[in-house]
Design a protein around this ligand. Sequence first.
Ligand SMILES: Nc1ncnc2c1ncn2[C@@H]1O[C@H](COP(=O)(O)OP(=O)(O)OP(=O)(O)O)[C@@H](O)[C@H]1O
Ligand SMILES: [Mg+2]
Length: 300
Amino acid sequence: MLSPGAELSSESDKSADGSTDPSIEHDDISISTSPVLPHVDASEIGPANLSLSGVTKRFPLGRNDTVLALDDISLDIAPGEFVALLGPSGCGKSTVLRLLCGLEEPTGGDVRIRGCHPSELVADHRLGVAFQDHALLPWATVADNVALPFKVAGQPVDNDRVRSLLELVGIAEFAKARPKQLSGGMRQRVSIARALALRPEVLLLDEPFGALDAVTRRRMNLELQDIWSTDQITTVLVTHSVEEAVFLADRVVVMTGRPGRIQTIRTPGFERPRSPELLRSPEFHELVDELTIALDEEPA
Ligand SMILES: Nc1ncnc2c1ncn2[C@@H]1O[C@H](COP(=O)(O)OP(=O)(O)OP(=O)(O)O)[C@@H](O)[C@H]1O
Ligand SMILES: [Mg+2]
């Protein structure tokens, strides 16, 4: 899958020092920015556990000021668990994901995946990430974008896998299109397919369905549930949809407004696999209402 570092380089084609990276060739997306690594089959390893212990994150703001984005976040996520993060805009949800994939370091506390620094999983390409800005390579076809993680990992492209992922997210007929020829929602689906390419142990999704219409979003929710239950990927989903969080997650974590703290955690204990009928059940609506009220509450 695309490692977060590679995702950054795909956004701008710039290397860390700001220069254009000559190892990225636009025409055939031949990429040699990371060493060739032995292929690690996630099924041999099993899903990873994640832990945030007393995590704070402070960002510089202007010349002499700082902003406290996260305050004392502690959360243990079990192997194969599906956790949804809800919270008001600016409360630090994306920051939590960026810490979990090693793109940010905590100011205080500790972030571990399988007991290691996240960068170790990133280096092994065992972490799948689909962020708010999908960061697709604009010059590459949809299929090449989904195949990118294989190239970044120095592995032969598994064309069958690429094809089946495109089918899974419903854009197989656009395999040869360029991202600019797709709608925003379709681009997000390419980004999800790309995140799944190397069968990650950990899947981090930041509002992956934000640009989708309600019908497609529900279909994608069902598909994500299928993917998660088949591959048992430890998943953290950031969403603004309470319904989506309750439908998909084992645990829903509600964060307070800035500084982001954990306000409450609920465990939707609905049987799996969850079907669209659940969306119409009183138990479902009760929990959605409870969480919506929690979201509206001002922190003490
Ligand atoms: N690189 C950065 N530099 C400075 N401040 C930052 C940086 N990244 C995030 N912040 C600040 O941290 C806070 C949390 O941001 P974050 O993007 O994590 O929020 P969010 O919960 O994902 O919001 P949204 O729902 O709008 O996506 C915000 O106040 C934001 O301004
Ligand atoms: Mg965000």
